[in-house]
Design a protein around this ligand. Structure first.
Ligand code: ZN
Length: 473
């Protein structure tokens, strides 16, 4: 029997505001436990929340970037549940009237585009953190009250691969808007997945399970593949899917039951009486729209149109805003898009992997890269030399010019100098010369290789090639 897979994702992005959602405590990852707390986020009786405007700004920005409608009048609600790291006994969230709704994100899987609907984006606060160890459980409330945006998709994804593509694209958009750094390892981006199966073509949805505890996009994909297969086996053996929350066990590559799935009425949502509604007028929305950068999809298209790049090249350059910025900054100093593209793709990104840095801390600045490429473009150095120079620049932090001058790396195009090199190669290799002269012309590459070797990569290949052909007749 054939099955349709139906997947919807809920993504939490932790915002990079300076302070928490409803108090002025700092938001700082990794500080000593319980150092950023106050009566509000510790829920002392009588304390009152005050909305951080930056939380609303971030929600509007992300909503606009994902084509959502921004609600002019939205309210907060209490989501009630007990947990040791939730001192209030409820989370301030939004329920019936989220600030953003009806948006979409376009994804690409295997060259095909697909539009994934967004049901809503709402504002809420995070809980604290429980740390379990053998001696017991400790609670850190630094995270308590940290502002979050929850981005809820429609159940529009029909494979784990689409879910992966959606997450990658969404992360890219969130990072472009700069409202969150989306670092999954540090927990600033978290994802829960809902998945169900239904007989192919059937309209009505099957019973779903919810997957939690996946700390990378690849793990989301793996967990969904596992869960789709598990549900298929249950259904095909005549069983029933139980609506429940499952934890992904990364080590064993399986899902395990956490609790039976709660419905929204279990949380007894009700309007938050301590906060007034949030009114957002057109002027506020326009102000936020102006703060948005060119978004990844638009920027990619512009790179394709104005530089005639392939879709793949443009995707690599726009995968992160900082890479695209670096590329365009380099162009300001040296306007040769194709050459800059090749060097950013092949060399700069390699250096970043080698040095474990991100592009904004690249050891080779756009200006320094441009200077090197000018030498290459003017044929003053060979491509091989340029690669050695950029490695030297990375290690020493020196400029291309000083390295090239000091080491005498300029390209040798002087024909007398090349001729004397070639004469020596010819006299040292008489057997190969003979084979060449008897018609084995592909041996030309051997001679060019020797010239490059002796000149330590500095010979002008085109000039050397002409001399060799002339000398060998
Ligand atoms: Zn506080």
């Amino acid at each position: 029997m054939d099955w349709d897979i139906v997947i919807g994702l809920e993504v939490h992005a932790q915002l990079n505001t300076n302070t928490k959602a409803f108090c002025s405590c700092k938001v700082n990852y990794g500080d000593s436990p319980n150092t950023h707390v106050c009566p509000v986020c510790l829920a002392y009786p009588g304390s009152l929340p005050v909305l951080n405007k930056e939380l609303v700004n971030s929600a509007i920005k992300l909503g606009l970037a994902t084509h959502c409608t921004i609600r002019p009048n939205s309210t907060f609600a209490r989501k009630n549940y007990f947990y040791p790291d939730l001192p209030k006994g409820y989370q301030i969230s939004q329920f019936d009237d989220p600030i953003c709704y009806k948006g979409y994100v376009d994804i690409e899987v295997a060259g095909k585009e697909k539009r994934i609907g967004l049901t809503r984006i709402h504002m809420e606060e995070d809980a604290g953190k429980s740390m379990h160890s053998e001696s017991g459980t400790l609670v850190d409330l630094n995270r308590c009250g940290t502002p979050l945006l929850e981005i809820v998709s429609e159940p529009d994804m029909s494979s784990p691969q689409e879910a992966y593509a959606y997450l990658t694209t969404l992360k890219q958009i969130v990072r472009y808007t700069e409202v969150s750094d989306c670092n999954m390892e540090e927990g600033s981006m978290r994802c829960d997945a809902n998945i169900s199966l239904k007989p192919k073509g059937q309209k009505e949805l099957g019973t779903r399970t919810e997957l939690k505890n996946m700390n990378s996009f690849r793990n989301v994909e793996r967990a969904l593949i596992y869960e789709a297969n598990r549900q298929k086996e249950v259904l095909e053996s005549g069983g029933k899917i139980i609506q429940q929350t499952l934890l992904w066990d990364e080590q064993n590559g399986k899902t395990k039951s956490m609790r039976s799935k709660e419905d929204s009425h279990d949380y007894r949502y009700f309007p938050e009486p301590d906060l007034s509604p949030v009114f957002v007028d057109e002027a506020w929305i326009e102000k936020m729209r102006k703060l948005l950068p060119e978004l990844p999809a638009e920027r990619k298209q512009r790179f394709i149109d104005s530089f005639s790049f392939t879709s793949e090249d443009a995707s690599v350059l726009t995968s992160e805003k900082e890479i695209a910025d670096y590329f365009e900054a380099t162009l300001k100093y040296f306007n040769n898009p194709k050459l800059v593209l090749n060097w950013v793709r092949n060399e700069v990104l390699r250096i970043l992997v080698d040095t474990g840095k991100n592009i904004s801390e690249s050891p080779v600045s756009p200006e320094a890269l441009a200077e090197l490429l000018v030498f290459l473009d003017k044929k003053e150095i060979t491509a091989q030399t340029a690669k050695a120079v950029i490695d030297d620049m990375t290690k020493s932090g020196r400029s291309a010019e000083s390295i090239i001058e000091e080491k005498g790396l300029k390209q040798i195009s002087d024909s007398l100098e090349l001729e004397s090199m070639i004469n020596k190669i010819i006299s040292d290799n008489d057997v190969i010369v003979k084979r060449y002269q008897e018609g084995e012309t592909k041996l030309l590459t051997f001679f060019i290789g020797q010239v490059m070797k002796i000149s330590k990569g500095q010979a002008d290949q085109a000039v050397a090639r002409d001399i060799i052909i002339k000398r060998l007749g």
